[in-house]
Design a protein around this ligand. Structure first.
Ligand SMILES: NC(=O)c1ccc[n+]([C@@H]2O[C@H](COP(=O)([O-])OP(=O)(O)OC[C@H]3O[C@@H](n4cnc5c(N)ncnc54)[C@H](O)[C@@H]3O)[C@@H](O)[C@H]2O)c1
Length: 320
């Protein structure tokens, strides 16, 4: 079962699992501001069970969780700005619903194995680089606080009730099926749209902020490795990349690939500046040593695959 399975990472995960002949049930609420998109499931629409429900609905979750072997728990409110404008919705989805999912597992399916998608956002502004799992947690926004609670509920239920759970702290993930019609999910989304339409990309500040990016197939692989291994239950892992890059160079790379568009440096919008984390890239040695995970796709190749996907299918992702 994949919560958030019609969203970006969840749908790519579902496609991979169908390829591996798993029986897949998808739970998604399709709240329009989030990343769920029916077209994401087009290649597997006849091969998965899709249940349109909200993880905040304790009654449906109790029923759905029964008889599942794995819960790949990806449903979330992902917008940092939205978490500041509507902190209670973020709290309900990213924290409270996680607790009720775990309660449902404890009661109705205690042998289930869970992988939870957490985020690098919970570290806040890095105190050193690269950021490893021992780095202090100091979220800079409400989303970071609630995701932190969400991941720690999983660890506590693993340790106290033996509900086997693994937590992955994802970094910026990109690839086909991400929300690109606006910058709600990530700035990369709107950049992709602008590049394809031949518009200017806006890079905030001096463009020197460093990030690490994972192509979605690499993240799917990390989720599957974590699900399969019982040696890592109760553990928290960073994902990361070998080729951190600043935002200005990322913009240049996208323009080079698309052979269209241009970029400009623009002042940081005030509401983004206050929650910006500066430079970030992760140390992912722990997951490499425990599970042998390592990202395979380079940023250049991954961006090319992504841009090609949206060139072909953009009408399913934005009106133009
Ligand atoms: N994409 C990234 O760069 C990134 C980085 C760090 C962490 N993550 C985490 O990975 C997970 C998946 O992210 P994504 O990028 O695929 O985002 P996404 O928005 O594309 O997917 C999330 C899915 O969850 C669904 N959802 C949201 N609230 C729901 C609810 N109450 N009930 C049922 N479904 C609900 C949405 O409809 C959406 O389809 C999230 O938990 C996110 O916090 C993603």
């Amino acid at each position: 079962m994949i919560t958030g399975g019609a969203g970006f990472i969840g749908s790519n995960l579902a496609i991979k699992l169908v390829e591996l002949e798993a029986n897949v049930t998808i739970i998604d609420s399709f709240i329009p501001e989030y990343g769920g998109n029916l077209f994401n499931l087009e290649p597997i629409k006849n091969e998965v069970k899709l249940n349109i429900s909200d993880v905040r609905d304790e009654h449906s979750m109790k029923y759905l969780i029964k008889d599942q072997d794995y819960l790949l728990n990806l449903a979330g409110q992902t917008s940092h700005i939205d978490s500041m404008n509507d902190p209670y919705a973020d709290l309900e989805i990213n924290a409270k619903a996680q607790l009720s999912i775990l309660e449902a597992c404890k009661r109705y399916n205690p042998t289930i194995k869970i992988v939870f998608a957490s985020t690098r956002q919970i570290y806040g502004k890095p105190q050193y680089l690269p950021v490893d799992e021992s780095h202090p947690l100091y979220p800079v926004d409400v989303n970071g606080i609630n995701k932190m609670a969400g991941e720690w509920y999983h660890i506590v239920y693993n340790d106290v009730y033996k509900i086997r759970s693994v937590v992955l702290r994802l970094t910026n993930t990109y690839g086909p099926r991400m929300r690109v019609k606006d910058a709600r999910q990530t700035f990369l989304g709107i950049w992709i749209k602008n590049v394809i339409e031949g518009n200017k990309i806006s890079v905030f500040g001096d463009g020197k902020q460093i990030r690490d990016f994972n192509y979605v197939d690499d993240v799917v692989n990390a989720i599957l490795l974590s699900a399969q291994s019982d040696n890592v239950n109760g553990m928290i892992f960073n994902l990361g990349a070998d080729d951190p890059i600043n935002l200005q160079d990322t913009a240049k790379l996208m323009i080079e690939i698309s052979d269209k568009a241009s970029y400009e440096l623009v002042p940081f919008p005030a509401e983004r500046k206050v929650i910006d984390i500066g430079n970030y890239y992760a140390d992912y040695k722990k997951i490499k040593s425990k599970l042998g995970w390592q990202p395979k796709e380079s940023l250049k190749d991954g961006l090319k695959l992504t841009i090609d996907f949206y060139k072909k299918y953009h009408k399913y992702y934005w009106d133009s």
